[in-house]
Design a protein around this ligand. Structure first.
Ligand code: DGL
Length: 270
């Protein structure tokens, strides 16, 4: 039994860590496509081709359910994958919906018409491809009315994190928050719409100020996965072993992952 977790690089480890804490006995196979990160500057066809290839690898590793722990892949590729690519008996889920359900105070699977919610001004921080896709605004519009969303494409942040250049990542986060605040001076809530960004959560919160509620995906996705597996236990696939796979240099990726998660993580070549 194993569930697959995919990201373009290291960001999905924030989701893996939360899932591991919530479901400690569940084997997880992580796949990071570090050789091709960042995805956020690629076009939708390219992101689709890379995401399907990586997902295929997770199916081979014994996963029947794969979580795209990457907003960019969820935004640019997930719908097309679900419509025409996912093989019978397999499931691929994204990371947008749990976040939007939390923001709009909905329970899982509440498909009632969109309604007014308490949060009115939302700052969205995401990669250029996620912002361009408008997937977040589309999913939100199915569930809430009267919410003003200002999106900031945070160029450079994923590259800096992948290179473990946290000084550059911090400077970039602060400048992207400044740029957002020039467009929306007083957001009620901020969405960290990229799974790399929880690694910079303190900087986002500090730059935004204590009055802004910052939503990040890791724990929301973990909770939603636990709920899903309760209802669909058969989706835990035949794989028995946890593993960390990368298309990048396993030693380099292991060092960075160990530094981010503060526990030994050993990647192998995908
Ligand atoms: N962690 C990915 C996301 O959630 C980063 C995408 C990228 O590689 O640019 O969007």
């Amino acid at each position: 039994m194993a569930v697959g977790i995919f990201d373009s690089g290291l960001g999905g480890l924030t989701v893996l860590d939360a899932v591991h804490k919530r479901l400690p006995d569940l084997p997880l196979v992580y796949m990071g496509d570090s050789a091709h990160a960042p995805y956020g500057v690629r076009d939708a066809d390219d992101i689709y081709a890379l995401t399907t290839k990586a997902t295929e690898r997770l199916f081979e590793a014994g996963c029947d359910l794969v979580i795209l722990a990457c907003n960019t892949a969820s935004a640019a590729a997930l719908r097309k994958m679900q419509d025409s690519w996912v093989p019978e008996g397999k499931r691929v889920l994204g990371v947008f919906v749990p976040l939007i359900e939390a923001l709009t105070e909905r329970q899982w699977g509440d498909n009632s018409p969109p309604r007014e919610v308490a949060t009115k001004h939302v700052a969205l921080f995401a990669t250029p491809a996620t912002v361009r896709s408008r997937a977040f605004q589309r999913e939100l519009a199915f569930r809430a009315i009267g919410v003003d969303v200002e999106a900031q494409a945070c160029g450079g942040v994923v590259d800096a994190i992948e290179d473990a250049d946290m000084i550059l990542a911090e400077a970039l986060v602060r400048s992207h928050v400044d740029a957002l605040k020039r467009k929306m001076p007083e957001p009620d809530a901020a969405i960290l719409g990229c799974t790399h960004y929880p690694l910079m959560a303190e900087t986002f919160q500090d730059a935004l100020g204590p009055e802004v509620k910052v939503f990040s995906q890791a724990s929301l996705v973990a909770e939603s996965l636990a709920d899903y597996l309760d209802r669909r236990p058969e989706m835990v696939g035949p794989g028995q072993k946890s593993a960390f796979l990368t298309t990048g240099d396993p030693q380099r990726v292991s060092d960075r992952a160990t530094q981010f998660l503060r526990r030994q993580i050993t990647f192998e070549a995908a």
